[in-house]
Write a protein that binds this ligand. Sequence first.
Ligand SMILES: [Zn+2]
Length: 279
Amino acid sequence: MNLFVKLIILLPVLFFTNVSNSEVRNIFIEKNKIITLSGNFIQGGLIKGKAFPHANIKFLDKNIFLDEKNRFVFGFGRDFENKAIISITYKKKLITKSLSIEKQNYKIQRIEGLPKRMVTPPESVYKRIISENKEIAKVRKLNSNVSFIFQNFVWPLKGIITGVFGSQRVLNGKPKRPHYGIDIAAKEGTEIIAPLDSIVRMAEKDLYYTGGTIMLDHGHGVTSVYSHLSKILVKVNENIKKGDIIGLVGSTGRSTGPHLDWRINWFEQRLDPSLLIKK
Ligand SMILES: [Zn+2]
């Protein structure tokens, strides 16, 4: 095979290795009773489901909330195993189904020359970090009865992607926790919009790690975080619309330059924002 032919065969592989396509999988319960799951069956993916009245769905020991249209969601975190079990109870019958989950290939991101205080926080701020993390965890436990998550996400701003979901961070040679957000570099003061209708659940000017921080609730356990903001333009418990300006890009908290760190969760499961935006 000549080099040209090899390249033609190899190129699509190189190009698409990290791209997971949205899929639809059906679970047959009985005649006219089918549960449809659609989304990315990959680590970091979110699945949107449609059931029927009186179906009880469990995933990861959680009773899954069905809205008035019998819709529901669940997701797979960064290190989710290669199988997920969903169980459905209908008319006293229990059906369990194993779903295969694809692995992601995470990158290693090395950042050198950071000031020491940014790699290991001084002991004097431990208490502060713990209490801030508690507040964040509280928001991620919310299971709000709104269904904004069934809208399609848009990017909260346009910029250069400088950090991707799941990458293993090595700061000044020290392996650290993986990076769960997408970093989008943009000029200080760039407007950030809500990617979906939301309820504001956190609007903090100065958290230790994330600086100016907004947390939005999209319902069904899906929340998103916007970090390092220079200005916050929303208030807690405010209802906002997709496209509303929520804040401005900055470099507050532990940050090396103006950018937005954008994260999405389904409860404690960390999702990959790039998978949630329709290509
Ligand atoms: Zn980040």
